[in-house]
Design a protein around this ligand. Sequence first.
Ligand code: 5AD
Ligand code: SF4
Length: 442
Amino acid sequence: MKNELKKYFIITYGCQMNEHDSEKLAGMLEGIDYQKAGQVEEADIILLNTCTIRENAELKVFGKVGELKRLKENNPELIIGVGGCMMQSKKAVQQLYEKHPQVDLIFGTHNIHHVPDLIQRIEKERGRIVEVWDEEEGLIPDLPSVRESDFKAWVSIIQGCNNFCTYCIVPYVRGRERSRPLKEIVSEVERLAAEGVKEITLLGQNVNSYGKDLEEKVDFADLLQELDKIPGLQRLRYMTSHPRDFSNKLIEVIKDSRSVCEHFHLPIQSGSNSILKKMNRGYNREKYLELVNKIRQEIPEASITTDIIVGFPGETEEEFQETMELVREARFDSAFTFIYSARTGTPAAKMEDQIPEEVKKDRLNRLMTLQNQISLEKNQEDLGKIVEVLIEGESKNNPETLMGRDRRNKLVIIPRAEGVIGEIVKVKINRVQSFTLYGEVV
Ligand code: 5AD
Ligand code: SF4
């Protein structure tokens, strides 16, 4: 019987929020009797869940859609759907619709719960459907999801973003901030913990805004405190934080908690006060460093990571050097570094003095070289240390080894025979690189 079910294949681009949305899409497809295809070629329906944060993300999507044309030629019954953040742009939708007739369905970020209906309509009537909403209608309802992992799960706590950093497209594609009621989150986490999930990551574009739009008087720190009480749950993570909104209360709660991991991802974006101002970030380098120091004082074992953009419009070599200097001062455990990408519709895209591509690339290279050196030095401090690792799976490059993450979110590799996927083990670190720790189970 099972083999007669039609098959789906979902390709996801972008952040954890999108990965989680894809789990919900999978859940809904299974609800209308589809099963997951092992390979894209076997699928009766292919969905692309897109990202628009940088131009690169969009280029990848167009490339993939072009590739899928061949599958459609072999199988005219195949349904191809494209959804997610990129589809909130009218221009992208128009381009996709006009140049790629192989695409049957286009949907946005605010109506993923309609996807099963839209698919069923296409199955019945054939023909193409574009359904993108400009605005959210409250929260996207709770949807069943098919989890990628048995022991790790994502839980959405707040959707949307009100910050309007001048470079960022997210507020335009994900709408305004909408928090989920505390009770709902607590019961979802309780259910997941009871199912054996060991690590939960709370998701939101700005988790520190949690609760501001709710009638009940709760904030993100209160939420963490509540979730920390849930038995069985071993690790609680969250992303993304805004340094401006990271309160002392929150640091205290994390310090006193059992399950909240000692990892702080605090995107700085730039080390230059003039650039931070043009980015509308709401803090300066002094405030940021103060926060970093406070965290290190209260929770000395914590790891601190960041995101940095180089080549924001008007960024001078001096301003870039201020970022380099900040990186030397903050000594991040690791950093995601990005070349500024102009996003149509954002204020920064209209700013004068866009930086030439070669200058941006050169700055990125210098920044990465510096950060890699610091990451290596930081990791060297871990030699001989014992860390707690949740084993996630086979490591990418070597089937003889397993990979996992410690509480600080550092990637740890152990010999295959020493661990079981989904289990938490203690590992003694005996070798390190910039991005990886190697060790043996003790
Ligand atoms: N160009 C380059 N990087 C960007 N980011 C967000 N918008 C842009 C953009 N237009 C980066 C920020 C953010 C991360 C998720 O992506 O550093 O923290
Ligand atoms: Fe995630 Fe933003 Fe990309 Fe959407 S545009 S997938 S919210 S990073």
